[in-house]
Write a protein that binds this ligand. Structure first.
Ligand SMILES: [Zn+2]
Length: 322
């Protein structure tokens, strides 16, 4: 099993990381969040970190954040695109603009694809992770009812798009996400056709799914652009038992068509704190048959005073699972 680490702290975090130290602990891969507003100014620093990581033998993956925020799970992340292209944002069911670009807007799609081509040129990596693509959904309101979505819905369904979030609308949104992923994968593959695309579906914290367009694993797994699903294992956030949650999610992903040459990359929140049970989690994922586990993230694992006394046992565990 490969074990990786995510680095979500931006360029400042990259400055303080020595890729060889990650490899020496026994890690195999690094998932680097690349923020739209930072790539504009610090592309060289990001590119240099990924090159150094590659050189010491780490697999590298790019996680674009910002970029119109269609992919963005964190509302606090800035996107200059959003401020400069308000006409391409999603319209919610009450007619208001949301701070998320619409994947069916041709202008946004063109800008996004060209930005991803540039990012793929700038970075030496094995692939990209498309992190939680999502249509707006909040307090009974949902997107998108922009002119492009309504026109596309009419062309596909032969009726006007309903005002309620009906099953056909949910299916249309899932289809739109799949089309967006095809465009995103085509953009990076135009630079290097070996680049893989992983997608992180919307995680479910409660008993019901949040309808974002990326909630259905089966639709995402069937999309030819998707090489694997990244599944977050939110056992701490759910207040659930680690082993049961991890195995259920992993087996669930396999059952939904991911056995057919598509990978499952599990994501766990990890720290040296006993409450996070990181060593047990690594062993549990290994015994379940997982091929790639990612620990989120560098700050919570390495940059704590508890890391130094924990490092040796982490290395031993990583050696056992490889
Ligand atoms: Zn739209």
């Amino acid at each position: 099993m490969k074990v990786g680490i995510s680095v979500a702290g931006g360029v400042q975090a990259l400055e303080n990381i020595e890729p060889a130290a990650l490899r020496d602990v026994g890690l195999n891969s690094v998932f680097v969040s690349c923020y739209e507003d930072e790539v504009r100014w610090y592309a060289d620093d990001i590119g240099s970190f990924l090159r150094r990581s590659h050189r010491v033998g780490l697999e590298c993956y790019v996680v674009p954040w910002g970029y119109g925020k269609f992919l963005d799970p964190d509302p606090s992340i800035e996107s200059l695109y959003i401020d400069t292209h308000p006409e391409t944002l999603q319209r919610d069911s009450r007619g208001r603009r949301c701070r998320k670009a619409c994947p069916n807007n041709p202008r946004y799609l063109e800008w996004f694809a060209s930005s991803m081509r540039t990012l793929a040129w700038l970075t030496e990596c094995e692939g990209f992770l498309w992190d939680e693509p999502s249509f707006h959904v909040s307090r009974g309101a949902w997107g998108c009812r922009c002119v492009h979505c309504k026109r596309l819905y009419w062309a596909k369904a032969g009726v006007e798009m309903p005002r309620a979030l009906t099953d056909p609308v949910c299916a249309f949104r899932r289809e739109s996400v799949a089309m967006f992923l095809l465009a995103a994968a085509a953009a990076i593959e135009a630079v290097d056709r070996r680049l893989v695309s992983f997608v992180m579906p919307t995680p479910s914290l409660g008993p019901s799914e949040v309808q974002t367009g990326a909630e259905d694993w089966r639709t995402l797994a069937r999309c030819s652009a998707v090489d694997g699903l990244s599944i977050w294992v939110p056992w701490q956030a759910r207040g659930a038992q680690m082993e049961g949650t991890l195995v259920d999610l992993f087996e669930g992903a396999r059952k939904k068509g991911l056995g057919e040459g598509k990978q499952v990359v599990l994501w766990v929140v990890g720290s040296p704190q006993p409450k996070d049970r990181l060593l047990d989690t690594i062993m549990c994922a290994h015994l379940a048959g997982c091929e790639h586990l990612v620990i989120s993230d560098y700050e919570s694992l390495f940059r704590t005073s508890a890391f130094a006394p924990f490092a040796a046992s982490l290395s031993r565990t990583l050696a056992r699972v490889q």
